[in-house]
Structure formats: C-alpha cells, structure tokens
Design a protein around this ligand. Structure first.
Ligand SMILES: O=C[C@H](O)[C@H](O)[C@H](O)COP(=O)(O)O
Length: 232
C-alpha cells in the first residue's frame, strides 16, 4: 500500500505528477485523482492557474483532493455541472504492461473510477516501484455495510481473504467518502484481471472494486526527474 501522507518528498512522484500537469491545456475540464502522486499535479495546476492564467475547472475524487485543490487555487466544479471531462489524472497502487491498474489505497477508487471514466483521456501518474508484470497487490473492494457478510463470503469463494480496512486514528473500520466499508482482498497473483473484475462486480452490495482498465497512458517518474510514458 502506498504512503498516504506526503510528508516525505518523492522525486519520482514529483516528476510524474508535474509532467502530467503539463498535459492540461487551456479550457480543459480536469478530473483530479487522490493520493500523494497526483497531489503534485494538483499543486502544479494551481501554480499554472496563478502564474500562467491557465483557465481550467477541476472535478475532485475525494475530500482530500478537494482540500488540496482549494488550497492550490484550482477552480472546481461538479460532475452534475460538468459531466464530460477532457482529461483525468490519478495515481495507482500497481499497474501492468497492459496499463491495467489497481487503485484504492486511499479508499477513493469509486469516485476515481466515475471521474476517470467521465474523461476523454485518463492518465495515471506513478513511480517505478508500482510497475509489475503481473498484478498482485490486494484489490480494494468498497462494499455497503449492509452487504459486508455476503460480500466477504463471495470474495472468499473467488479466492481472496478479505480484510476489513481499519481506520488509523479511529477505532473500527475506514468509512469511505461514500459512507461505505473497504475490504482489502488479497488474491495473490492476478493472471486475468478483466475476468476477476467482472466477477467481483456481480456481488450484491459491492459498490466498486479497485481494478481499473481505462487508463490511456501511464507516466512513470524517475529519481533524476525524467519520465517514461507507457501508452496503450
Ligand atoms: O484511493 C486512492 C487512489 O487510488 C490513489 O490514487 C492510489 O492509492 C495511489 O496513491 P499514491 O499516489 O499516494 O501512491
């Protein structure tokens, strides 16, 4: 799971995040993901709004990215007002060579999926450690509290050992921005993520899983500040 608080500077994340902000053009409607990597993008967009008079509107995916965007001075809108976005930028917890990603380390994957799928172009920003030949990190699954037991049983039948995500500074579970629980589901290696995604989606009470198949490109930042871009 990624480092959720960006108290330590990461040159790789910074390189990817800042480069991705340069892909945003005047007039764009921008989906703003959640996490420590895209936080660099949001702050850089704020700088461009201030210093280059860049005219954009952003749609956030969490209370966290909302707070960062407001502090950075990125004008915000909602999907209700702006349902079609030009570009969405977001981090990931792991991705493979087909640009399939696992997201949701910050429990924001449901809104992230809605926002990224509302965009014409979806760019993932990452550091090199998240690249993997085969996806293998636990898949976050957001479930309605009412359906948790059934979801746990059916996720076990799919081969996972679901763990209810615990809050860090509160007793009990993490409650998502949508009022739900998150089950972290370790499936080991995932040779066929598309098939697994379809099976998880069929479980009643599952709001959304963290397998993303809609990335158009992944920007990987390097320690020396350079970047590598993988495209579909
Ligand atoms: O729910 C959180 C998101 O999917 C994040 O985009 C993902 O966990 C990556 O976060 P970070 O950039 O902090 O590694």
């Amino acid at each position: 799971m990624s480092d959720r608080n960006q108290s330590q500077e990461s040159p790789e994340k910074k390189a990817a995040g800042i480069y991705a902000a340069s892909l945003v053009q005047d007039g764009d409607r921008v989906g703003l993901g959640t996490g420590s990597t895209v936080a660099y993008t949001i702050r850089e967009l704020g700088r461009r709004v201030r210093e280059e008079n860049l005219s954009i509107v952003g749609v956030v995916t969490s209370f966290q990215s909302e707070a960062i965007a407001i502090e950075a001075g990125v004008p915000l809108t909602t999907l209700a007002q702006t349902p079609r976005l030009t570009i969405a930028i977001d981090g990931a917890d792991q991705f493979d060579q087909n640009l399939i990603a696992i997201k949701g380390g910050g429990a924001a994957h449901t809104r992230e999926k809605i926002v990224s799928m509302s965009a014409d172009r979806f760019v993932i920003v990452s550091d090199p450690k998240k690249r993997s030949d085969v996806l293998s990190v636990p898949v976050p699954v957001e479930v309605m509290p009412f359906g948790k037991e059934l979801a746990v049983r059916q996720l076990k039948e799919l081969g996972a050992n679901p763990v209810l995500r615990a809050a860090a500074k509160k007793d009990g579970p993490v409650i998502t921005d949508n009022g739900n629980f998150v089950l972290d589901c370790d499936f080991g290696s995932i040779p066929n993520p598309k098939e697994l995604a379809a099976k998880i989606s069929q479980i009643p009470g599952v709001v959304e899983h963290g397998i993303f198949m809609n990335a158009d490109e992944v920007v990987i930042g390097k320690t020396d500040g350079s970047i590598e871009i993988l495209k579909k």
